[in-house]
Design a protein around this ligand. Structure first.
Ligand SMILES: [Fe+2]
Ligand SMILES: [Fe+2]
Length: 415
């Protein structure tokens, strides 16, 4: 009998061992899978959400929060909180459990949160949730500094987190830190890029007071129209960059022509028209990211016309890219709705009336259709941008009337 019992125990032990092997094996697979996935995600928020989800599953936890350290403010904030229903949590470094982990770089595993004096019960009070067990782990960056903190809450089945769980988190944490640092680096580069082209646009608008804020407004209008036409993601980014930079070539136009009141003579107008070509030339010097290579073309085509009578190339409609057609419409929309030295700010009704007559020969009718359909969004955007209009009395504003409608600077005269 004792032999039989021993055999039974041995069989049970072998079964448990096999079970554990399967669990450990699949856990490793899961960690590898998560790591691979993390490395391919470059959007920080998407990455953190994925990480929080994976950690919750791996550790059999109820919910997870990921805090990111803000070195400038010396605090950390909950960038992703799965299933908490609580708003953003901000903590000073060294305060609370997550703050302590961020300051010391050490893992804290607490079986009963309410028995620990560092635990802050406020978020529980606000959400009605009951925190029991907590495992809080630091994400350490390449220079050894803590860049974020993982926190998993309530091990399922009323248990608490084990040293096994701590090991799992640490194997995930190392690669997660690399992925987070990469994403932060990319976000920083993107921000640098965006502010660089915004600065270029501000520079060009500052040269001519009567078109102050023009590039910024054209960009906002182009975005509204682009979205309405189904553009999203990188397509919208390209459109934004092209709109911001469309008049950049004006940097090469001498002040006397740029701000000359009244009509330009033929030679002066030909000189002024060169700005579109120059935009393309100058932007060709910028090393655009691969998926944004079309931006200089898009920007340089903003005075091309559907009937092939535009400038600088006189391209036929089929060679004018959609982004350029949208920028062209947004450009005219701003020229009409904002005050210029030769005209007051036109009402939306009058603007639409004039633009309808331009659909077909000059502007793309499909883009004009999107403009008409989304006129309320554009009106709202216009209202929010009125403070960027040229101020009455600014150099050149309200000087010499040139006649009704658009200036020749905004529209190639019909021949
Ligand atoms: Fe232009
Ligand atoms: Fe323009």
């Amino acid at each position: 009998m004792p032999d039989e019992r021993r055999n039974r125990e041995r069989r049970a032990q072998a079964r448990r061992k096999a079970d554990r092997k399967v669990t450990t094996g699949s856990k490793l697979d899961l960690i590898l899978d998560v790591t691979r996935r993390l490395m391919s995600i470059t959007d920080l928020d998407a990455l953190l959400r994925d990480m929080a989800q994976a950690t919750t599953t791996l550790l059999d936890a109820d919910r997870a929060t990921i805090f990111i350290v803000d070195r400038d403010k010396n605090e950390l904030w909950s960038r992703v909180a799965l299933g908490t229903g609580v708003g953003e949590i901000r903590l000073a470094m060294g305060v609370g459990i997550a703050g302590t982990v961020a300051a010391t770089g050490e893992t804290i595993n607490i079986p009963d949160a309410y028995a620990d004096p560092r635990f802050n019960p406020e978020p529980d009070k606000r959400s009605g949730y009951r925190t029991r067990s907590l495992l809080t782990f630091p994400m350490t960056g390449q220079n050894g500094r803590v860049i974020g903190v993982f926190q998993v809450v309530n091990k399922k089945g009323g248990e608490h987190f084990t040293t096994d769980d701590e090991e799992t988190l640490s194997s995930l944490g190392a690669s997660a830190a690399v992925a987070v640092e990469n994403a932060q680096l990319l976000a920083g580069q993107k921000r640098l890029w965006e502010t660089l082209i915004e600065t270029l646009a501000v520079t060009i608008d500052a040269r001519d007071q009567q078109t102050a804020g023009h590039s910024q407004r054209v960009t906002r209008y182009a975005e509204v129209i682009g979205r309405a036409m189904g553009l999203a993601g990188i397509e919208l980014e390209k459109l934004r960059a092209a709109a911001l930079l469309h008049d950049y070539g004006k940097i090469a136009v001498r002040d006397e022509f740029l701000t000359k009141p009244g009509k330009l003579d033929e030679a002066e107008f030909a000189y002024m028209k060169a700005h579109a070509e120059k935009t393309g030339e100058f932007l060709a010097h910028l090393e655009f990211p691969h998926d944004m290579r079309e931006v200089p073309i898009m920007a340089a085509q903003h005075h091309e016309r559907m009937d092939g009578k535009g400038y600088p190339r006189g391209l036929p409609a089929e060679r004018i890219v959609l982004g350029a057609r949208i920028v062209a419409v947004a450009d005219v929309f701003d020229a009409l709705t904002a005050p210029r030295y030769y005209k007051p700010a036109y009402t939306l009704e009058k603007t639409l009336e004039i633009m309808e007559t331009m659909a077909g020969d000059h502007l793309d009718p499909a883009v004009i259709g999107a403009l008409r359909k989304n006129i309320h969004d554009l009106e709202w955007t216009l209202e929010s941008l009125k403070h960027t209009w040229p101020k009455p009395g600014a150099l050149g504003v309200g000087r010499v009337p040139e006649g009704p409608g658009l200036s020749q600077r905004d529209e190639e005269p019909k021949v």
